[in-house]
Design a protein around this ligand. Structure first.
Ligand SMILES: [Zn+2]
Length: 125
């Protein structure tokens, strides 16, 4: 079994509505997002999936979040607070639509750091 990881960053603001503390106030983070994919078979070049392709897809997705007020985006409207947990789930669900995932190459997890020492992993397990 092989497991590949790609990582990218974006900057965005959010507030945690209903939180009893500072996180209720508008503030920003430099978010880091890691995507992990697994599979058993390599292609004719010896790759599970091209890092460049996965990173490109991740960067395109994060570009839609970059320098945004996350609470205002449709994905986090209606009381769906843009916590690191919800961001990880959102990125997972969006990345899972990529055509490089198939019967062999599976999206394993998405990890979102909202600070260097605080992160969340979302997985289907
Ligand atoms: Zn925050």
């Amino acid at each position: 079994m092989f497991e590949i990881h790609v990582e990218a960053e974006f900057e965005a603001a959010h507030r945690i509505v209903g939180y009893n503390g500072k996180c209720n106030r508008l503030h920003g983070h430099s978010w880091t997002v890691e995507v992990a994919a697994t599979g058993r078979k390599l292609d004719e070049l010896g790759m599970l999936v091209d890092f460049k392709v996965v990173k490109g897809r991740l960067r395109d997705l994060l570009e839609t979040l970059d320098h945004q007020f996350l609470n205002e985006l449709p994905a986090f409207a209606g009381g769906n607070n843009p916590t690191a947990e919800h961001l990880a789930q959102y990125v997972f669900e969006e990345m899972a639509k990529a055509d490089f995932f198939d019967d062999n190459v599976k999206l394993k997890y998405v990890q979102v750091w909202e600070s260097p020492k605080s992160s969340v992993i979302y997985t289907l397990d």
